[in-house]
Design a protein around this ligand. Structure first.
Ligand code: CA
Length: 192
């Protein structure tokens, strides 16, 4: 199993620039995961791991979801929301799956029918770029898997992974400003 920490994030320019240094999550992966210019790619092709190995990685059984695949795991700050942008490409309309695991539940984000856009001169189809928001979790694993067999490559591209400011932080800031103004007025009246 390969383990990347900050190194991979330093390669992902569009990710590192949106996260303060103290908030940069760590990232690990297993399977067929490759850094491409402008995005990260994970596939069910050569290098993918068996469902049993993926299950060990997540410490939860994945055998009911698929046969083999790849996983990217982000360790996050549970006090923040994150948004990531992704695309699912496949040659199979009726197989394969892309989902997320937050340590408790598996959520399917894409299947073959999500890949609605034909790619010229190929039998492949791709989804549009889609955004998913997650919150309140210390870990998020992105999982792409072959289902039913180990044939017909499916691929997920991750273009960005950003922390989103919480509305509560903005409210807190406004509250501090109002209190400060009240103190100032009080001081002025005493001075007069
Ligand atoms: Ca497949």
């Amino acid at each position: 199993m390969k383990i990347f920490y900050l190194t991979l994030f330093l390669l992902l320019g569009n990710i590192k620039t949106t996260l303060a240094a103290s908030l940069v999550p760590t990232i690990n992966y297993t399977g067929a995961v490759t850094q491409r210019p402008g995005y990260m790619e994970m596939t069910t092709a050569t290098g993918a791991r068996s469902a049993s190995i993926l299950s060990q990685w997540l410490k939860t059984p994945l055998g009911s979801y698929g046969t083999e695949g790849s996983i990217i795991t982000f360790n996050l700050n549970p006090n923040f929301r994150y948004e990531f942008e992704w695309q699912f490409e496949t040659v199979e309309r009726d197989k394969d799956i892309f989902g997320i695991w937050n340590g408790k539940t598996f959520t399917t984000l894409a299947t073959g029918t999500t890949a609605t856009l034909p790619i010229a001169n190929t039998t492949k189809r791709t989804s549009p770029w889609l955004k998913t928001t997650i919150t309140n979790t210390q870990t998020l694993s992105l999982v792409v898997m072959d289902t039913r067999d180990k044939l017909g490559t499916s691929m997920v591209r991750i273009k960005s992974f950003n922390q989103i400011p919480e509305p509560s932080m903005v409210v807190g800031f406004v509250t501090v400003v109002v209190v400060g103004m009240k103190f100032k007025r009080t001081n002025n009246s005493r001075g007069d």
